[in-house]
Design a protein around this ligand. Sequence first.
Ligand SMILES: [Zn+2]
Length: 154
Amino acid sequence: MSSHYDVLGVAPNSTTSEIKRAYREKLLLTHPDKVGGELSTDLIQQIQLAYKVLSDETHRQEYDDELARGLQKQGFNINGEGLDIYSLEEFEFDEDAVLWHKMCCRCQAPEAIKLEESDLELGTDDGEGGLELVVQCNSCSLWIKVRYMEEADE
Ligand SMILES: [Zn+2]
């Protein structure tokens, strides 16, 4: 399935004016004169929906979050390059909830970055004998990379 960004042919970090321009260009391309009289309503609807979401800051943020969550659910490890790296030892462990949490280093929201045991199972080799995974702040959507050692069973 194409994302709204794909539909408009813009990068996920495009500015609103770039999105506006792409929208106008796409609409022109779907004009009946250009496509030989056949009006592709399906495509036009997709373009309009994409523009509606991406041109509105709040909707776009929500959509970005959704995309990120979707990618996470598929076990997709986003390219962690350029992300701040933390050790799991910098997290606090909540024994009752059985999860690790940490204050976000950007928005300072307490316990905004959380890792559950099932998350840790998704880690990938960090090339230095440990594991790493990327995790997102629940509050400001910042991504960080967390490194840890595979847990020894007690
Ligand atoms: Zn944050």
